[in-house]
Design a protein around this ligand. Sequence first.
Ligand code: 13P
Ligand code: ZN
Length: 270
Amino acid sequence: MKNILESSFVKEVCATCSNMYRLGWDERNGGNISYLLNEEEVLEYVNPKEVIREIPLGFNAKELAGKYFIVTGTGKYFKNVEKNPEGNLGVIRISDCGCVAELLWGYNDGGKFTSELPAHLMSHMARLKVDPNNRVVTHCHPTNLLAMTYVLELSDKTFSKELWQMCTECIVVFPDGVNVLPWMLCGTNEIGIATAEKMLTARLVVWSQHGIYGAGKDLDETFGLIETAEKAAEIYMKIAHLPLVNTISDEAMHQLENHFGVKARGGYLD
Ligand code: 13P
Ligand code: ZN
């Protein structure tokens, strides 16, 4: 068995958590990551027959039975993940019934996966229906995206268009836009179901007055998606109180669509 601390997936999750922390997106224990691992790769590092603990999920994830994930632990601080991966991360396999997480490595202080696992696994199920290459779901609390939810109408179209208009490349990076949920109680199956529903039409889902979810094929892509939206939100918060003199027109957005070969969400552009 190879040393899991040397695996690219542990190293990448550690580096991503540190970057997110440094950007101020993950204060205290804010934020969580789940990463669907390639079975062949993970079995170089863990013995599938040595289940350390079985942890009930509290919802059904049968569509993901037999799948392996590395997941950040509940109550754990992103700033500490790199220093102590085994205490802050866990590798789990979803049991055959889809109701239990079989712990194969990590959470070595008796901890468990993030309280947001319902939203994570339900989002994985939703995104895999749209894009079989989706592997990562990330949640965090970026300051400006969160701030926007206090001053802007909570509509998918309004949020998407405002963000697209803040930086030229936004429409290229997230042509599906961002979907928005009203405030809901976090850590519940209900917010998981609502998030997954929104994940069917966009890779970014804003949780009002809380944070954002992003999904993508790898950690870099998902990080970059949130980073781009957060940059746009920062510009929005810098200018929202000023008279708007210029913007990116829908005509310019169409030029971007043609030039970069992307298609904006249907009905969002004139
Ligand atoms: P966890 O510590 O359970 O991952 O929760 C953090 C969070 O961001 C809740 O939304
Ligand atoms: Zn949160």
